[in-house]
Design a protein around this ligand. Structure first.
Ligand code: PHE
Length: 378
């Protein structure tokens, strides 16, 4: 028969002085393990008479409880000490130069957005943003597409189920307020409206960002990127639009022989409306921007839509249409990124494949600047 109380005392003392988690585990096995003395003592209860058992059991049970408790407490203390020690040991010297090869890269779309901001900043444009979760008033109505306008159906819109800002359509807040449907913006044009409402005229902004349409094949993804441009001032005309786009594309593609063709088109929010085509040729299976689209070996490629802002839109946005006028354009960022950097599959943009990113991505240190070049690759 073992002396439970002196055994317990010895175990508690050993636990208290254990210096490592391994030493503590050895103590646990010694007492509470399958062949530990507490476990063996518990087994002896089975062979006792009921009276003996009633006398012996409480001491063994309480020995087990106090040892288990001591083990837990010591374990927590040792772990806390280990963490403290690790925190004290592992310091980072932020003044050391970065020597490790950088991991990760800047996505071409992000890089192109930075290039856009840089080039347009030089032309006096600020960068504006708007929400990707929009309402149908900003995305359609204020852009001269009322509820019945056929262009709405052409946008392949993702709608949210049954909601207006400020609560469900049936909530009391919505009563008396124009009910607005919530959707994922189908273009960056609602930022025109938000910017004019917020700051009035004159205005000169670009608005790059994500847009969404229910559309998917080799050249369309349900999410893609556009950049909106908006200039409102006195005496703005189509010539300013053409010069601005031409100047932008020359800087962006870093070549002087950029030729644009403005082709008559229709958008509800511009009048007149034009589609912007650029001349290109094909070299080694790759499209290269430059030259006149009607020249031998050349063709035209559409890059976006534009036009003079419809006066109805100015009125919706609270701008005096008798005093101010201007132009707007919308370009596909993914497409101009593909053209500039030579990718041919749009879907790869959004696969998140590290090998693609390692190949086409940019160093975080490769910030586009007009002086160093907006297209320079490190
Ligand atoms: N928002 C139009 C689209 O997504 C493009 C556009 C923008 C056209 C601005 C004219 C003016 O197709």
């Amino acid at each position: 028969m073992i002396d439970i109380s002196s055994q317990t005392e010895a175990a508690l003392a050993a636990i208290a002085t254990a210096e490592t988690l391994d030493a503590l585990e050895a103590q646990r096995l010694d007492a509470l393990g399958k062949k530990g003395w507490v476990s063996l003592a518990l087994k002896t209860l089975g062979g006792m008479s009921p009276e003996e058992r009633t006398a012996a059991a409480p001491a063994i049970q309480s020995a087990r409880a106090s040892i288990a408790e001591a083990l837990d407490a010591k374990k927590a203390a040792l772990e806390a000490a280990a963490l403290e020690e690790q925190l004290a040991r592992e310091t980072v010297d932020l003044t050391l130069p970065a020597v490790a090869a950088p991991k990760g890269s800047v996505h071409p779309v992000s890089q192109v957005m930075d290039e856009l901001a840089e080039i347009f900043a030089d032309l006096g444009f600020a960068v504006a943003t708007g929400p990707e979760i929009e309402d149908d008033w900003h995305n359609f109505t204020a852009l001269n597409m009322d509820e019945t306008h056929p262009a709405r159906a052409m946008h392949d819109t993702f709608y949210f189920p049954d909601r207006t800002p400020g609560g469900p359509a049936s909530s009391s807040e919505a009563v008396g307020q124009q009910e607005r449907e919530i959707l994922l913006r189908t273009h960056t044009s609602p930022v025109q409206i938000r910017s004019m409402l917020a700051q009035g005229a004159p205005i000169r902004i670009i608005a790059p960002g994500r847009v969404y349409r229910s559309d998917s094949d080799a050249t369309h993804t349900p999410m893609f990127h556009q950049v909106e441009g908006l200039v409102i001032d006195r005496d703005i005309h189509l010539g300013h639009l053409k010069w601005t786009l031409e100047t932008f594309f020359k800087a962006f593609f870093e070549r002087e022989d950029i030729t644009l063709r403005l082709r008559p088109s229709y958008f509800p929010f511009t009048e007149p409306s034009v589609e912007v085509d650029v001349g290109y040729s094909t070299e080694g299976g790759r499209r290269v921007v430059g030259g006149h689209g009607d020249a031998p070996g050349h063709a035209w490629m559409e890059l976006g839509g534009s036009g003079m802002v419809n006066r109805r839109v100015l009125e919706f946005a609270g701008v005096d249409a008798d005093e101010y006028q201007g132009f707007a354009f919308g370009l596909g960022i993914d497409r101009i990124a593909m053209l500039k950097y030579g990718m041919n599959d749009l879907r790869a943009f959004f696969d998140g494949d590290p090998r693609w990113l390692a190949h086409y991505g940019f160093s975080p240190f490769d910030q586009p600047t007009l002086s160093a070049g907006v297209g320079a690759r490190a």
